[in-house]
Design a binder for this molecule. Structure first.
Ligand code: AMP
Length: 181
Protein backbone atom coordinates (compact mmCIF):
# COMPACT_ATOMS: atom_id res chain seq x y z
CA UNK A 1 0.00 0.00 0.00
CA UNK A 2 1.35 3.39 -1.00
CA UNK A 3 0.20 6.85 -0.08
CA UNK A 4 1.02 9.83 2.12
CA UNK A 5 0.84 9.81 5.92
CA UNK A 6 -2.75 10.20 7.10
CA UNK A 7 -4.36 8.86 3.93
CA UNK A 8 -5.68 5.75 5.71
CA UNK A 9 -3.13 3.15 4.59
CA UNK A 10 -3.06 1.40 7.96
CA UNK A 11 -6.84 1.11 8.21
CA UNK A 12 -7.26 -0.05 4.62
CA UNK A 13 -4.30 -2.46 4.82
CA UNK A 14 -5.86 -4.00 7.96
CA UNK A 15 -9.24 -4.49 6.25
CA UNK A 16 -7.63 -5.90 3.12
CA UNK A 17 -5.41 -8.34 5.01
CA UNK A 18 -8.41 -9.72 6.93
CA UNK A 19 -10.48 -9.95 3.75
CA UNK A 20 -7.91 -11.92 1.81
CA UNK A 21 -6.40 -13.83 4.73
CA UNK A 22 -2.79 -12.72 4.59
CA UNK A 23 -0.84 -10.84 7.28
CA UNK A 24 -0.83 -7.07 7.50
CA UNK A 25 2.81 -6.07 7.87
CA UNK A 26 3.22 -2.48 9.00
CA UNK A 27 6.80 -1.31 9.44
CA UNK A 28 5.59 1.71 11.46
CA UNK A 29 3.77 -0.61 13.90
CA UNK A 30 6.76 -2.98 14.09
CA UNK A 31 9.12 -0.09 14.79
CA UNK A 32 6.77 1.37 17.43
CA UNK A 33 6.70 -2.04 19.17
CA UNK A 34 10.50 -2.20 19.04
CA UNK A 35 10.68 1.28 20.62
CA UNK A 36 8.21 0.27 23.33
CA UNK A 37 10.07 -2.97 24.04
CA UNK A 38 13.37 -1.08 24.21
CA UNK A 39 15.17 -3.42 21.76
CA UNK A 40 18.43 -2.38 20.06
CA UNK A 41 16.47 -1.56 16.92
CA UNK A 42 13.96 0.43 18.97
CA UNK A 43 16.73 2.45 20.61
CA UNK A 44 18.22 3.28 17.23
CA UNK A 45 14.84 4.18 15.71
CA UNK A 46 13.26 6.14 18.56
CA UNK A 47 14.61 9.66 18.02
CA UNK A 48 14.50 9.36 14.25
CA UNK A 49 10.80 8.43 14.35
CA UNK A 50 9.93 11.19 16.77
CA UNK A 51 11.49 13.69 14.36
CA UNK A 52 9.48 12.29 11.45
CA UNK A 53 12.55 11.13 9.53
CA UNK A 54 13.10 7.71 8.00
CA UNK A 55 14.88 4.98 9.95
CA UNK A 56 17.97 3.83 7.99
CA UNK A 57 17.11 1.59 5.05
CA UNK A 58 19.32 -1.33 6.09
CA UNK A 59 17.69 -1.60 9.54
CA UNK A 60 14.13 -1.56 8.20
CA UNK A 61 14.91 -3.83 5.26
CA UNK A 62 16.50 -6.46 7.52
CA UNK A 63 13.42 -6.30 9.77
CA UNK A 64 11.03 -6.71 6.81
CA UNK A 65 12.94 -9.56 5.18
CA UNK A 66 12.97 -11.42 8.50
CA UNK A 67 9.22 -10.85 8.91
CA UNK A 68 8.40 -11.92 5.34
CA UNK A 69 10.33 -15.15 5.84
CA UNK A 70 7.90 -16.25 8.55
CA UNK A 71 5.49 -18.98 7.65
CA UNK A 72 2.30 -16.91 7.81
CA UNK A 73 3.60 -14.70 4.97
CA UNK A 74 4.33 -17.61 2.64
CA UNK A 75 1.11 -17.10 0.64
CA UNK A 76 1.23 -13.33 0.55
CA UNK A 77 1.11 -10.18 2.63
CA UNK A 78 -0.14 -6.64 2.68
CA UNK A 79 2.85 -4.36 3.18
CA UNK A 80 2.06 -1.03 4.80
CA UNK A 81 4.80 1.61 5.14
CA UNK A 82 7.43 -0.36 3.25
CA UNK A 83 9.11 0.21 0.87
CA UNK A 84 9.42 3.89 1.71
CA UNK A 85 11.87 4.92 -1.02
CA UNK A 86 13.21 3.44 -4.28
CA UNK A 87 16.35 2.11 -2.53
CA UNK A 88 14.17 -0.01 -0.22
CA UNK A 89 12.12 -1.23 -3.19
CA UNK A 90 15.30 -2.37 -4.91
CA UNK A 91 16.68 -3.99 -1.77
CA UNK A 92 13.45 -5.95 -1.36
CA UNK A 93 13.39 -6.99 -5.01
CA UNK A 94 17.05 -8.08 -4.77
CA UNK A 95 16.32 -10.17 -1.68
CA UNK A 96 12.97 -11.67 -2.67
CA UNK A 97 12.70 -11.28 -6.44
CA UNK A 98 10.97 -8.71 -8.66
CA UNK A 99 7.51 -10.19 -8.08
CA UNK A 100 7.56 -9.74 -4.31
CA UNK A 101 5.40 -6.62 -4.85
CA UNK A 102 2.59 -7.71 -7.13
CA UNK A 103 0.48 -4.58 -6.86
CA UNK A 104 1.12 -1.10 -5.49
CA UNK A 105 -2.29 0.12 -4.33
CA UNK A 106 -1.88 3.88 -4.02
CA UNK A 107 -4.32 5.85 -1.87
CA UNK A 108 -4.74 9.50 -2.88
CA UNK A 109 -6.07 12.49 -0.89
CA UNK A 110 -5.42 16.26 -0.94
CA UNK A 111 -2.79 17.57 1.46
CA UNK A 112 -5.20 19.71 3.52
CA UNK A 113 -7.26 16.59 4.28
CA UNK A 114 -4.11 14.72 5.35
CA UNK A 115 -3.09 17.48 7.77
CA UNK A 116 -6.59 17.56 9.29
CA UNK A 117 -6.62 13.78 9.74
CA UNK A 118 -3.10 13.64 11.20
CA UNK A 119 -3.88 16.41 13.70
CA UNK A 120 -7.04 14.54 14.75
CA UNK A 121 -5.07 11.31 15.14
CA UNK A 122 -2.44 13.04 17.30
CA UNK A 123 -5.18 13.97 19.76
CA UNK A 124 -7.00 10.64 19.67
CA UNK A 125 -4.06 8.26 19.78
CA UNK A 126 -1.41 10.42 21.41
CA UNK A 127 1.07 9.49 18.65
CA UNK A 128 4.15 11.57 19.39
CA UNK A 129 5.08 11.67 15.72
CA UNK A 130 1.81 13.48 14.91
CA UNK A 131 2.61 16.90 16.47
CA UNK A 132 2.16 19.86 14.06
CA UNK A 133 5.85 20.27 13.35
CA UNK A 134 6.38 16.58 12.79
CA UNK A 135 3.30 16.35 10.55
CA UNK A 136 4.86 18.93 8.22
CA UNK A 137 8.15 17.04 8.32
CA UNK A 138 6.53 13.66 7.57
CA UNK A 139 4.63 15.11 4.59
CA UNK A 140 7.86 16.62 3.28
CA UNK A 141 9.75 13.31 3.69
CA UNK A 142 6.88 11.59 1.87
CA UNK A 143 7.09 13.99 -1.08
CA UNK A 144 10.85 13.80 -1.35
CA UNK A 145 11.51 10.14 -0.63
CA UNK A 146 8.35 8.06 -0.94
CA UNK A 147 6.33 9.68 -3.74
CA UNK A 148 9.02 8.74 -6.33
CA UNK A 149 8.05 5.13 -5.63
CA UNK A 150 4.79 5.76 -7.46
CA UNK A 151 6.78 6.42 -10.65
CA UNK A 152 9.01 3.44 -9.86
CA UNK A 153 6.07 1.02 -9.65
CA UNK A 154 4.17 2.76 -12.48
CA UNK A 155 7.13 2.01 -14.74
CA UNK A 156 6.77 -1.63 -13.70
CA UNK A 157 3.00 -1.49 -14.51
CA UNK A 158 2.03 -2.26 -10.91
CA UNK A 159 0.25 0.88 -9.69
CA UNK A 160 -3.49 1.19 -9.13
CA UNK A 161 -4.71 4.54 -7.78
CA UNK A 162 -7.56 4.60 -5.28
CA UNK A 163 -9.44 7.72 -4.18
CA UNK A 164 -8.82 7.84 -0.41
CA UNK A 165 -11.56 10.38 0.35
CA UNK A 166 -14.80 9.35 2.01
CA UNK A 167 -15.98 6.82 4.60
CA UNK A 168 -13.61 3.93 5.38
CA UNK A 169 -15.85 1.25 3.90
CA UNK A 170 -16.44 3.26 0.74
CA UNK A 171 -12.70 3.53 0.19
CA UNK A 172 -12.35 -0.18 0.94
CA UNK A 173 -15.07 -0.90 -1.62
CA UNK A 174 -13.02 0.95 -4.22
CA UNK A 175 -10.02 -1.20 -3.35
CA UNK A 176 -12.01 -4.42 -3.68
CA UNK A 177 -13.37 -3.25 -7.02
CA UNK A 178 -9.87 -2.39 -8.25
CA UNK A 179 -8.56 -5.77 -7.13
CA UNK A 180 -11.37 -7.56 -8.92
CA UNK A 181 -10.61 -5.97 -12.28
P1 AMP B 1 4.14 4.90 9.71
O1 AMP B 1 3.35 4.32 10.84
O2 AMP B 1 4.23 4.00 8.51
O3 AMP B 1 3.73 6.29 9.35
O4 AMP B 1 5.66 5.00 10.22
C1 AMP B 1 6.00 5.77 11.38
C2 AMP B 1 7.49 6.10 11.34
O5 AMP B 1 8.25 4.88 11.35
C3 AMP B 1 7.97 6.82 10.10
O6 AMP B 1 7.78 8.22 10.18
C4 AMP B 1 9.44 6.45 10.06
O7 AMP B 1 10.19 7.17 11.02
C5 AMP B 1 9.39 5.00 10.52
N1 AMP B 1 9.24 4.07 9.37
C6 AMP B 1 8.18 3.27 9.09
N2 AMP B 1 8.39 2.55 7.97
C7 AMP B 1 9.62 2.90 7.54
C8 AMP B 1 10.42 2.51 6.43
N3 AMP B 1 9.97 1.64 5.52
N4 AMP B 1 11.64 3.09 6.30
C9 AMP B 1 12.11 3.98 7.20
N5 AMP B 1 11.42 4.39 8.26
C10 AMP B 1 10.18 3.87 8.43
Amino acid sequence: MLGPPGVGKGTQAGLLSRAIGVPHISTGAMLRSAVEAGTDLGKKAQDIMHRGDLVPDELVTAMVIERLSQEDAACGYVLDGYPRNPAQAEALADALGPDCIELALTLDAPEQELVARLSGRAEEEGRRDDSDEVIVKRLQVYKEETAPLIDYYTAAGRVTHIDGLGPVLEVFGRMVEALAT
